[in-house]
Every structure is written in structure tokens, then in C-alpha cells.
Design a protein around this ligand. Structure first.
Ligand SMILES: [Zn+2]
Length: 242
């Protein structure tokens, strides 16, 4: 089974979508001891794929140094419309927004990673980038331009970062059948939410399921037997459904 974990913020005021830096470090230290982190498509024993959504600057500021310290890989999903080339703002200024203020002030406060930072992380070998659409919109909404969200976002990232983009992370985990068909034409790996595991990198129903790693109550919360049993149960039910 392939375990994919989904995280968002570090040290954010949006508690359900965040971990404290202390919790994240203890959690990653434990993962480094017990597992091997992988990028999509890599098969190794005890492999686990760590994914971070939205490309917030707190990833570059807090998580990237930890990935280097513990030699861990992570996939970072970014919505391209919010990414600036570079910024002269201080880390403190960029981290000062509440979660609710982030999207509206993306151009003035650089609360997301910049392309400069994304390139540095990609070159380190510890981070791979996924498209998280262009505008971070619910792709099932009427009037959404799927070509722009799925294809243009990929082209922009490939052009800016000079690497192939093989992964797409559904904004809000929302989709319908034609979104998946469309996404799978351009990306081998399409991620949703769902708290299940994956029998292989083929996923289930064309999608890879992720378990929620935000708001951890302990560093090993995801790996406790009862929690694991829950993930396996969900996986069993999804396999029947798909
Ligand atoms: Zn998102």
C-alpha cells in the first residue's frame, strides 16, 4: 500500500489546516526513522509520500530546512496565479498574514513561495512541484476554464522551473468524472483527499488518495494501530466502489 499524506500550513492561525513547527519537526523525525519518503511513481519498501498543499511561504521557511536536515522528500502543490517571481519583503512580513488574508494579499505580501524559492527547492532534490490549478478554484464550479486550470498551470510551471510537472492536486479535493478524465490526459498522478491508502501508483478510480496530516495530536498520530485500521477500512470500501 502506498501512503500519501496531505499537509497545509506550519504555525498558522488556521488550526485545522496547520501544525506547529515543534509538532512537524517531531513528526518528520519519526518519519525519517521509520520510513523512506518518495516522489510519485517511486516504489520502495516502507515508502511514504508527503504532500503539502498551496505553496505557502511557511513551507519554504519552516519545512524546507527540515527536509534538508532529515533528508526527506516532499511534493509541493502550487496554484500558479498566486506565485510571484521574487520578493524583497522580509520573512516576518510574509508570515504576518492570517490564513483568511492570504489569497487577497498574495501580490502585495508574497505569502506564497516565489518562483525563485521553488527553483531552489527543486534543485535541492528534496522537493518536487505539483500543479494545484491556476486560481485555486473548485473545478466542478460552473464557468471554470478547465484548460486554463489544468493545462496552462502545468505549462507555466514547466516553463518557470525547467522541469516536467507530472502531478496535479485537486483544489479542495473537488472533482467530477470529466475533471478526472481531463486531468489524467495531462498528469500521471492526480491527488484528492479521502483518508485512504493506495494499492499502487495507479490509485483508485484514477486518483491517488491522501490521508490528513494537519492538526496532528502527536508525532505518531497517523501511525497508531487504530488510525491505520481506519485507513485500511476506507481503502477496502473505496476499492469495492471503484
Ligand atoms: Zn489547496
Amino acid at each position: 500500500m502506498i501512503t500519501v499524506v496531505m499537509y497545509h500550513h506550519i504555525n498558522s492561525d488556521d488550526l485545522p489546516l496547520s501544525n506547529t513547527l515543534e509538532m512537524m519537526e517531531a513528526h518528520l523525525a519519526l518519519i525519517a526513522q521509520r520510513y523512506t519518503t518518495v516522489f510519485p511513481g517511486e516504489n520502495v519498501p516502507h515508502g511514504i509520500c508527503l504532500t503539502f498543499d498551496d505553496g505557502y511561504f511557511d513551507f519554504y521557511h519552516y519545512v524546507f530546512p527540515l527536509l534538508q536536515k532529515y533528508h526527506l522528500k516532499a511534493l509541493l502543490a502550487v496554484p500558479t496565479a498566486y506565485i510571484l517571481e521574487a520578493t524583497t519583503l522580509s520573512a516576518q512580513q510574509r508570515l504576518s498574514l492570517t490564513h483568511a488574508q492570504i489569497y487577497e494579499n498574495a501580490m502585495t505580501h508574497a505569502p506564497f513561495c516565489t518562483y525563485e524559492e521553488l527553483r531552489e527547492m527543486v534543485h535541492s532534490g528534496y522537493v518536487q512541484i505539483a500543479s494545484h490549478s491556476m486560481n485555486h478554484v473548485n473545478l466542478t464550479q460552473e464557468g471554470v476554464n478547465l484548460d486554463e486550470e489544468l493545462i496552462t498551470s502545468k505549462a507555466v510551471l514547466e516553463e518557470k522551473l525547467g522541469v516536467r510537472i507530472d502531478s496535479f492536486v485537486l483544489p479542495y479535493g473537488k472533482y467530477h468524472a470529466s475533471v478526472i478524465t481531463h486531468a489524467k490526459r495531462h498528469y500521471p498522478y492526480v491527488f484528492r483527499i479521502g483518508n485512504a491508502l493506495n494499492p499502487s501508483w495507479e490509485g483508485m478510480g484514477g486518483m491517488l488518495y491522501r490521508i490528513k496530516g494537519d492538526a496532528l495530536t502527536s508525532p505518531d498520530a497517523l501511525f497508531r494501530p487504530l488510525k491505520q485500521l481506519g485507513f485500511w477500512g476506507k481503502t477496502y470500501l473505496k476499492r469495492i466502489k471503484h
